[in-house]
Ligand binder design. Structure first.
Ligand SMILES: [Zn+2]
Length: 308
């Protein structure tokens, strides 16, 4: 009898969590991008190209379509160096789209003795693991919204990759259908609001956070940006999409008062709170799953500026 009960329990929990992204998966994505072999994923290095190729492979495993042409990798040039952004799309019933993004580049290495690699596990392999995790989650699901998945390059040298992508004419049809962009930036550590909590930049400009909170599952909570003085809304990749009048906010857990790993060599896999990040990814996925083109129409208010 005991055996039967435990089999039933295992079957139930398997069904309940069958679609959940596992902690192992999240750790695996971050460990790959933040490995010493990737040498800090600096724009213009072979390791930066390899990171883009890795993300493209994961998009392929999720049967995503190309945003245009015949590759997920979208080349651009900056100061004579070539690099790639990564873009993929999942067709839903509607052409209207939700977009998810994070930057995959980081700041490379330094010339000091000892550990000289900026692994960038939190900044921003954690965001990329969120984007890939969402692609995993929705792989076999029929959604009302279409979904756009983007990994930006060259963020660290001035939001260059997202600018190039946002201005790419081939993508105009894709971008014209985006209703909202979730840009994930540094989610590896517990927020100042505790676990299962994130903050959103530019919360005062739209009703996006209210809509998420009204539908949030398992206690996930989006807080207003507590670091207003830092102008984070205008300092992340989301801003290049704000310029296109797309509702685009950055979502983060970073505690700016104690993020000593920020742009330091100890931003590696050891600082990642994988349990917390995994729940955040799954809870976002399940919250987003509740949205359709009728019940989810976030809007900017008139406080937002498009030119700056
Ligand atoms: Zn970053």
């Amino acid at each position: 009898m005991k055996k039967v009960i435990s089999i039933v329990l295992i079957a139930q929990s398997f069904l309940a969590f069958a679609q959940d992204i596992s902690k192992e998966r999240v750790v695996n994505i971050i460990s790959t991008l933040a490995s010493d072999e990737m040498k800090g994923r600096k724009f213009g290095t072979p390791e930066n190209d390899r990171s883009a190729e890795y993300i493209a492979q994961e998009f392929k495993k999720n049967n995503l379509s190309y945003c245009y042409g015949d590759s997920y990798l979208i080349p651009f040039e900056y100061k004579g160096q070539k690099g790639y952004n990564v873009c993929a799309i999942k067709k839903g019933k509607s052409e209207q789209s939700l977009a998810f993004s994070a930057h995959f580049d980081h700041i490379g290495t330094n010339n000091k003795e000892g550990d000289n690699i900026y692994n960038g596990a939190d900044d921003d392999a954690s965001g990329v693991s969120t984007v890939i995790g969402l692609a995993d989650y929705f792989k076999d699901k029929k959604t009302d919204f279409s979904m756009v998945f983007m990994a930006f390059n060259a963020e660290e040298i001035g939001l260059i990759g997202s600018k190039a992508l946002s201005e790419n004419q081939n993508l105009t049809p894709v971008f014209n259908n985006i209703k909202v962009l979730f840009n994930f930036e540094m989610l590896a550590t517990e927020s100042q609001f505790g676990k299962n909590a994130v903050f959103m930049t530019g919360d005062e400009f739209s009703d996006f956070d209210e809509l998420i909170n009204a539908n949030a599952v398992n206690g996930l909570k989006v807080y207003p940006d507590p670091y207003q003085g830092q102008q984070l809304f205008y300092r992340s990749d989301n801003v290049n999409f704000v310029k296109r009048k797309i509702i685009a906010h950055s979502i983060s857990t970073v505690d700016m008062n104690k993020a000593f790993h920020y742009h330091a060599v100890n931003d590696d896999i050891n600082i990642v709170d994988a349990d917390n990040l995994t729940s955040i990814i799954n809870n976002f996925a399940k919250t987003i799953e509740k949205f359709n083109t009728k019940n989810f129409q976030p809007k900017y208010n008139d406080k937002v500026k498009y030119d700056f």
